[in-house]
Design a protein around this ligand. Sequence first.
Ligand code: GLN
Length: 301
Amino acid sequence: MFSSESGIIKDTTVRYLLAAATTLLRTVSSTPRLDAELLLAHELGWSRAHLLAEQAYIPNAHHVVAFHQLIQRRAHGEPVAYLVGYRSFYGLDLLVDPRVLVPRPETELLVELALEFARAQSDVSMVAHAAPAYHIADVGTGSGAIAVALAVHLPNARIYATDISEAALEVARANVERHDVAGQVMLLHGDLLALLPRKVDLLVSNPPYTILAEIDADVREHEPHLALDGGPDGLAVYRRLLAAAPTWLAPGGSILLEIGATQATTVSALAHTMFPLSQVTVHRDLAGHNRILAVRTMAHT
Ligand code: GLN
């Protein structure tokens, strides 16, 4: 479609490039037009708004060829976020690359609930610097998406963000620095809760919970298996995490876990086994799928 033989490469407007790329991506992406816009804006070094206002602009051949290459890679299933190097999450620009799972919009619901829980549990009547620190563990932080979003919105939170992948923690570190929350977020390289320096008031996690053989082939091919693979039944990490959680949760503490759409019943049962007196609730994402499991323990247990 962009071949110079056909002459298209010359005098090709933004409008034409977007239309052609959208057509090409239609079979591989559920958001072909958005993907094309993000990739062309990235290639030109423009914002998406600027791109949309300049549809009659004719990019030079260098940009057209580079855009064509990006579209080809997208057509082979690479996530847009890896191609442009960032992803917007809870209103924050996060750096992402193949060392980490691309932050998903569903996970923003976990952040929203965590903010609600934290505000209800900590003393919001006090100004930030006088309020006692509220301690959070983010297990399997990956890009640091959850930890950074919570730190930005909860000035009195201290967040221990753990990951078993040292490579992922390098990305998390870049995001912590980018958003200036190094004073609040401590990155820990290790398995689950093992390295926590203290008990926490809130434990959050988007652990690997898929059955690799069952997921979208593009996701399986391009995103890190360490962040996706929940073992033969998808539940392996929840079992280990919930078994360890009682040791690390402060009295009255809460847990928020992202879950797969079909896992609510099983993970609720696991949570009830480990926390018999707790209140367990399931929250749906915008698509109507069960997505977040919340466990509220009792202060006196
Ligand atoms: N939501 C992701 C997917 O289905 C999985 C994320 C995870 O395992 N934590 O692609």
